[in-house]
Design a protein around this ligand. Structure first.
Ligand code: FES
Ligand code: FES
Length: 165
């Protein structure tokens, strides 16, 4: 602990936690280095690719830019929370079904964003899917499969009764 370190307290994937951080630490650094949560990844490091996406207080943020100190008292959700029950989330199942990844580096960001989209709009058009995911980049160019996976997840949610058909 240095003279400049501070303690933050927040809810992480449903559990109350605390962390000793430096003011310049990003939430991505804290999640990976202190909580061994590796789903969010750093790629561009500039808020341009979405690989580092995490949810803070219900909104997606670029974990590579979002200062951990800003999460103090808040609620942080990572992709690891989606299958915390022991079963894959419907979006995760749809990505597997559609083969919506190649190297997988971008996948957790796409899955978190897709889940956010479907929570807000259970039956998005393709244009709405493309628009909502436009901040996420896939260097393997798995975009067609990703779009199909989001459409499939929307259908699966309706057929499984998660949202009105
Ligand atoms: S690594 Fe954060 S947006 Fe690219
Ligand atoms: S699957 Fe490789 S970057 Fe998207």
């Amino acid at each position: 602990m240095s003279a400049t370190s501070i303690t933050i307290h927040f809810t992480l994937n449903g559990e109350h936690v605390s962390a000793e951080i430096e003011p310049h630490h990003t939430i991505l650094e804290v999640l990976r280095q202190q909580f061994a949560l590796y789903g969010a990844r750093e790629s561009c490091g500039q808020g341009l690719c979405g690989c580092c996406t995490v949810i803070v207080n219900g909104e997606s943020v670029s974990g590579c830019l979002y200062l951990a100190a800003m999460a103090d008292g808040g609620e942080v959700t990572t992709v690891e929370h989606l299958d915390a029950s022991g079963e894959l989330d419907v979006v995760q199942r749809a990505f597997i079904e559609c083969g919506a990844f190649q190297c997988g580096f971008c996948t957790s960001g796409f899955i978190l964003m897709s889940r956010q989209l479907l929570d807000r709009n259970p039956d998005p058009t393709e244009a709405e899917i493309r628009h909502f995911l436009s901040g996420n980049l896939c260097r393997c160019a798995a975009y067609p499969e990703i779009i199909e996976a989001v459409k499939l997840a929307a259908r699966m949610r309706r057929s499984e009764g998660a949202v009105p058909a």
